[in-house]
Design a protein around this ligand. Structure first.
Ligand SMILES: Cc1cc2nc3c(=O)[nH]c(=O)nc-3n(C[C@H](O)[C@H](O)[C@H](O)COP(=O)(O)OP(=O)(O)OC[C@H]3O[C@@H](n4cnc5c(N)ncnc54)[C@H](O)[C@@H]3O)c2cc1C
Length: 287
């Protein structure tokens, strides 16, 4: 895993303070294009204008030529599982315990009911639809992985296949003689304005919080989520709270994707009803 900014600094501090063996090292992160250097030059300029250590380059250690790349030096690379195994040693964790419902301050599971003053929903895709309406405010994107990752598309759009074919072609082009060992794809939550939702689940649910919409960067962003919620639960100010607030309204940045997501939700739900298919979504069994 690669982490940058606040996450990189915090992980480095915790790792050295607690002597955690998680293969922590500093490496450059490279964002490159084989087609167009212009957006990368703009990215490097934007980073520089924000005081982020980054520069445009035509040279990388990749085995194929690139049009250009942005290099972010000194990023943190470490094993997230080794890191988390260490920091959660003293926590009381119940595994294999599916939450069926949340009612007020009660978390209802098949194994029993838990009560808490503060409940954080960190289930990747929020498990409760109303209130919050996160299913209207973000969509799922699927990314395909061999040793190469990419070909992302909206979940459900690749019905006829073909996403892995694009990766196979890239593997043949860039790594001739490669051997395919396995295929895998991930689902990610994409918000309208590109910023995760971290904070109160809704204005109607005191004590209930959410962490979602990580845009494929949940291991890195979970650190800022932890900091924001720690401060909120302890009654302290956090300078980033407003930026990530699930109750934020940023119509300029999100109006286009908001209408697309609402349209896609309606299309998906009515299709099940009109086509005699099961009107239940296999994701969370919603009608
Ligand atoms: C190949 C690959 C490489 C990646 N590399 C990076 C990287 O370098 N940096 C980075 O930042 N991110 C990376 N990511 C993305 C990152 O892994 C995800 O964004 C992140 O794991 C999402 O975290 P999450 O806690 O929101 O969800 P998850 O990790 O999916 O955790 C949600 C948990 O909630 C549980 N759950 C769900 N519903 C219920 C329920 N009803 N009751 C009880 N439990 C429930 C699930 O079982 C699961 O354990 C990578 C992903 C992939 C696939």
């Amino acid at each position: 895993m690669i982490a940058s900014g606040q996450t990189e600094r915090t992980t480095a501090k915790i790792t050295s303070q607690h002597g955690i063996d998680c293969q922590f090292e500093r490496v450059p992160a490279i964002l490159y294009s084989t087609q167009n250097a212009v957006p990368l030059k703009e990215e490097a300029e934007a980073a520089a204008s924000l005081g982020i250590d980054a520069y445009f380059t035509g040279e990388t250690e990749l085995s194929f030529p690139v049009e250009g790349a942005v290099c972010f030096p000194n990023q943190a690379q470490f094993s997230p599982l080794a890191f988390i195994r260490h920091i959660c040693q003293k926590l009381d964790i119940r595994e294999h315990t599916k939450v069926i419902k949340i009612r007020g301050n009660k978390v209802i599971t098949k194994a029993g009911v838990m009560t808490a003053d503060h409940i954080v929903v960190a289930t990747h895709y929020p498990m409760r639809n109303v209130p919050g309406f996160y299913f209207l405010r973000q969509h799922q994107e699927r990314s395909y992985v061999l040793l190469l990752g990419g070909s992302s598309c909206r979940t459900g759009e690749n019905k006829n296949g073909g996403a892995y074919d694009a990766l196979t072609r890239a593997a043949e082009q860039y790594y001739p003689g490669y051997k395919e060992i396995m295929r895998w794809s991930a689902q990610d939550c994409m918000t309208h304005d590109g910023i995760p939702f971290i904070g109160r689940y809704s204005v109607f649910t005191p004590g209930l919080y959410v962490i979602t919409g990580f845009q494929k960067w949940g291991m890195t962003s979970s650190m800022i989520a932890a900091m924001i919620l720690r401060d909120k639960l302890c009654g302290m100010e956090n300078p980033y709270e407003k930026v990530f607030s699930p109750q934020r309204i940023n119509l300029r940045a999100s109006i286009g994707s908001l209408f697309t997501d609402i349209g896609m939700s309606i299309k998906g739900l009515t299709k099940g009803l009109l086509c005699k298919q099961s009107p239940r979504c296999p994701h969370m069994d919603c009608v």
